[in-house]
Design a protein around this ligand. Structure first.
Ligand code: SAM
Length: 274
């Protein structure tokens, strides 16, 4: 039990960060404080805790609060074809370029969805590749790897079952072709599940990845401290093969040494090329 007598709120905030690090393995120091406090405040309000002290006590007495807090901290809001204008370029230019570059030899295409949440980014790309390749789909060896720190999201990704909330930007033809509907839920087809895999990985402290033709990391780094963002963009650069693409979130900006290494491919849609 932690000693919690006579401390001020900032000290309780520090205790809270330690508890989070210890029990959730969530490296809070690498996230922006403003973001972190905003997310914790969501749980304070929801549990009627008036201070960090009250919330620390609640966490110490109720282990069930940890998974809920994790979900709140990781912000896994997402939907299929999020920012459709980006996917428009991905469909018309990025994926066709990859397909062309890989049309000989092993025909291998490797894509990484970093911070994949419940998997909809990975499956959006899978749908587009299947659609673009048509009958040639089975001639390619395609692997789309989704990684995230949040294991509950990864379980949902693996199950591939979604509700209306995530479906709003799925075009009707894709809905019909790639999903089985059961009441209000939609499950992605086995054909697309087969080319995806989901793994737990902490972008901050996990192993470095390599060998990808494209990396999508969207709406993830925005919550991180600047130095960490710079490091991650370099990691993504290194994870890519020659001419590989890096697709960022619409509200994120490429900073640090990788900015001089990547070539802008479509700056407006935040797409870069190695
Ligand atoms: C807002 S979602 C973005 C999902 C998807 N990329 C999109 O754009 O819709 C952010 C995801 O980043 C994940 N995340 C946060 N910190 C992470 C870390 N250190 N390592 C891996 N994933 C992380 C969260 O768990 C969450 O699922």
């Amino acid at each position: 039990m932690l000693k919690t007598v006579g401390k001020n709120e900032e000290e309780y905030y520090a205790i809270l960060k330690n508890l989070i690090q210890k029990n959730l393995g969530f490296n809070s120091n690498q996230y922006k404080d403003s973001h972190f406090k905003r997310r914790i405040d969501v749980r304070l309000r929801a549990t009627n805790a008036k201070t960090y002290k009250e919330y620390v006590e609640l966490l110490q007495n109720d282990r069930n609060e940890y998974p809920v807090l994790m979900e709140t901290l990781t912000v896994n809001v997402t939907n299929f074809f999020r920012n459709p204008e980006v996917y428009d370029i991905v469909e018309k230019e990025v994926l066709p370029a990859l397909i062309k570059a890989r049309s000989n030899g092993l025909r291998s295409i490797r894509i990484w969805s970093a911070g994949c949440s419940i998997g909809v980014e990975a499956y959006s790309i899978a749908m587009l590749l299947n659609h673009l390749l048509g009958d040639d789909f089975s001639k390619y060896s395609i692997k789309i790897t989704g990684t995230d720190i949040d294991k509950d999201s990864l379980i949902k990704a693996q199950n591939g079952t979604y509700t209306d909330i995530e479906m709003k930007d799925v075009r009707p033809a894709f809905l019909k072709k790639y999903f089985t509907r059961d009441g209000n839920t939609y499950t992605i087809s086995d054909e697309l599940k087969k080319i995806t895999q989901f793994k737990k990985q902490d972008l901050i402290s996990g192993p470095k990845m390599s060998g990808f033709d494209a990396v999508f990391c969207r709406n993830v780094t925005i919550y991180f401290q600047k130095e960490l963002q710079e490091q991650l963009y370099l990691d993504f650069y290194n994870a890519l093969g020659k001419d590989g693409f890096f697709v960022m979130g619409k509200t994120e900006t490429l900073i640090g040494p990788s900015k001089d290494k990547f070539k802008p491919y479509n700056s407006k849609e935040r797409i870069y090329q190695k």
